[in-house]
Design a protein around this ligand. Structure first.
Ligand code: HEC
Ligand code: HEC
Ligand code: HEC
Ligand code: HEC
Ligand code: HEC
Ligand code: HEC
Ligand code: HEC
Ligand code: HEC
Ligand code: HEC
Length: 293
């Protein structure tokens, strides 16, 4: 590319015979100024322009992933510096200057790297996205943007980290539930499913008195995953949590519970009971139950 920009030089040498006469006259300063402008254009403006284009990033092998994903994203055509550099004139000019330097460095050392790309700021994203939604486009998720961005000062990229270059573990470019749960843990902020989801209220069968007994058998009539699959191994994940039946004095009372209904094997291996009992107490033993793991 840059080679093409140098083509004016032969033209300049063709003018050489005329130059002697002209240089002695009034036009000399003008020509000098013209020459300076030309040199600046060749050495500064043109390389500067080239280096500020996102396509310039294609020459950095180590940025292959970032460049390719960007070029296929909804933001293809939006310069790297629109997100990675704050929108102020000074910051943008600073970027252009750094990239001009990078242009020349890349000529002599092809393996050179660029300074790290800073995390996009709220100001950078907001320079294009002023109106922010409160419900996802599909209508399935409540997301009060202003409360999080203006009041809580959460960076856009904290939730939108998978926006451009990476896919989330779920294979999408949209924010993940895991990013929300960092704060929405039931203490810092609410964690009830209905806080965020508009269509994940527990189905009616969940309130049946026998739900904790029959739920493993209901998988054929109801797609459990549409609500529970946010954890990878959802049966086992839930079964590794202390259930509500295990009240404070459970250590003392569990014998009585076993006498009423035996479901321990859904969560406890035999070795667990053996730790205290020496062997597995057989009262009401339910051989049909298998450890959920
Ligand atoms: C629409 C905004 C946007 C544009 C345009 C964009 N990026 Fe990014 N980029 C992001 C976000 C968001 C992240 C993730 C930041 C995070 O998680 O901290 C990121 C991360 C990166 C990272 C990793 C930074 C790190 O933390 O190590 C690199 C490198 C990068 N971008 C390069 C580029 C390049 C090169 C271009 C232009 C070809 C580009 N980006 C264009 C938004 C953008
Ligand atoms: C220079 C302007 C500009 C900047 C800066 C910018 N965006 Fe965008 N954004 C756009 C345009 C244009 C679209 C595409 C709209 C469309 O296709 O309907 C878009 C689309 C989106 C979408 C929808 C994504 C999709 O895949 O459809 C999200 C979310 C988004 N931007 C968030 C961000 C965030 C977060 C940042 C900061 C890291 C950011 N944008 C920076 C202009 C910008
Ligand atoms: C607290 C987390 C969070 C923060 C912070 C956040 N967003 Fe979002 N944003 C979301 C979620 C969740 C969605 C809905 C995504 C979906 O459809 O699944 C969304 C959707 C969007 C959309 C609409 C996408 C579309 O397809 O129409 C845009 C645009 C957007 N965000 C831009 C921004 C910008 C700009 C900022 C910073 C000023 C920002 N967001 C900060 C969580 C966040
Ligand atoms: C950095 C912490 C943080 C992150 C990350 C975060 N939130 Fe929040 N969010 C809060 C706080 C604090 C409140 C206000 C307290 C509350 O309502 O529990 C809130 C409130 C909300 C509310 C309003 C709750 C109500 O009914 O009053 C919704 C909806 C919400 N967040 C959705 C989300 C979603 C969706 C995400 C992820 C895409 C997310 N939040 C990520 C901190 C966070
Ligand atoms: C703080 C907000 C928040 C809370 C609380 C929350 N989620 Fe989510 N959830 C999200 C976001 C954001 C996503 C990712 C967006 C998407 O894929 O729809 C998500 C995705 C999911 C998904 C996978 C996406 C799908 O629709 O297939 C399931 C399943 C899910 N949540 C279930 C739950 C259940 C059940 C609860 C209660 C135990 C819960 N969520 C609580 C924000 C939240
Ligand atoms: C439409 C959403 C939805 C579907 C579908 C769904 N659940 Fe649930 N389930 C919930 C919600 C919401 C809760 C209570 C909140 C939580 O998980 O923390 C819950 C709780 C449970 C509990 C614990 C109840 C308690 O009292 O402790 C079990 C067990 C359970 N679900 C099993 C299942 C099984 C098995 C299926 C499939 C046959 C299923 N769920 C289908 C939304 C759903
Ligand atoms: C939301 C949490 C949750 C989920 C998800 C869940 N379970 Fe359970 N499960 C429980 C609780 C709580 C109990 C009963 C504990 C008690 O009685 O104190 C239980 C009990 C059981 C039992 C013993 C039932 C009996 O006969 O008394 C089996 C078997 C079982 N679960 C299997 C499964 C399977 C298989 C899945 C996945 C398809 C699953 N569970 C998903 C919470 C859950
Ligand atoms: C942390 C130690 C501990 C573990 C683990 C434990 N138990 Fe116990 N268990 C006890 C103690 C102590 C008692 C006596 C309680 C009392 O009567 O005060 C007891 C009492 C019982 C009783 C009443 C009859 C008897 O033998 O005294 C049964 C039945 C029982 N446990 C079943 C089980 C089963 C089944 C498991 C495994 C799922 C189990 N326990 C795990 C400590 C334990
Ligand atoms: C839904 C899963 C689940 C079921 C069903 C279940 N437990 Fe547990 N139980 C747990 C978990 C999780 C713990 C905590 C384990 C730990 O701390 O290592 C626990 C702990 C215990 C403890 C130790 C209590 C303490 O305070 O130290 C005993 C004893 C126990 N369970 C007995 C039983 C007995 C007896 C049954 C059957 C009547 C049973 N469990 C059914 C999940 C379950």
């Amino acid at each position: 590319m840059p080679d093409e920009e140098v083509t004016p030089t032969p033209d300049a040498s063709k003018d050489a015979p005329r130059r002697a006469g002209v240089f002695s006259g009034k036009r000399r300063p003008l020509l000098l100024a013209g020459a300076v402008v030309l040199v600046l254009a060749l050495l500064v403006a043109v390389p500067g322009f080239i280096a500020s284009q996102p396509s310039f990033m294609a020459r950095y092998k180590y940025l292959d992933v970032e460049y390719t994903t960007w070029s296929q994203s909804a933001h293809a055509g939006i310069g790297c510096q629109n997100c990675h550099v704050p929108p102020g004139l000074l910051e943008q000019a600073g970027y252009d200057t750094r990239m001009l330097g990078a242009f020349y460095v890349s000529l002599v050392s092809p393996d050179a790297t660029l300074p790290p790309f800073a995390k996009p700021t709220i100001a950078a994203c907001s320079s294009c996205h002023a109106a922010l939604i409160t419900t996802s486009p599909k209508g399935d998720l409540k997301i009060p943007h202003r409360a999080h961005v203006d009041v809580l000062k959460i960076e856009c990229a904290t939730c939108h980290q998978y926006l451009v270059h990476q896919l989330s573990p779920e294979g999408r470019h949209t924010p993940t539930m895991a990013a929300c749960l960092v704060c929405h843990d039931g203490k810092v902020a609410k964690n009830a499913c209905s806080t965020c989801h508009t269509a994940k209220a527990a189905p009616a069968n969940h309130s049946g008195a026998d739900w904790l007994i029959v739920h493993p058998d209901k998988q054929a009539e109801l797609d459990c995953t549409s609500c529970h699959k946010w954890k990878t191994d959802w049966c086992a994940d839930c079964h590794s949590k202390r259930p509500a039946s295990h009240v404070a004095d459970w250590r003392k009372t569990h014998g009585a519970a076993v006498a009423v209904r035996r479901n321990c094997e859904a969560c406890h291996a035999a070795t667990f009971c053996e730790k205290c009992h020496g062997d597995v107490p057989k009262l009401n033993f339910d051989p049909a139950l298998a450890l959920v793991q």
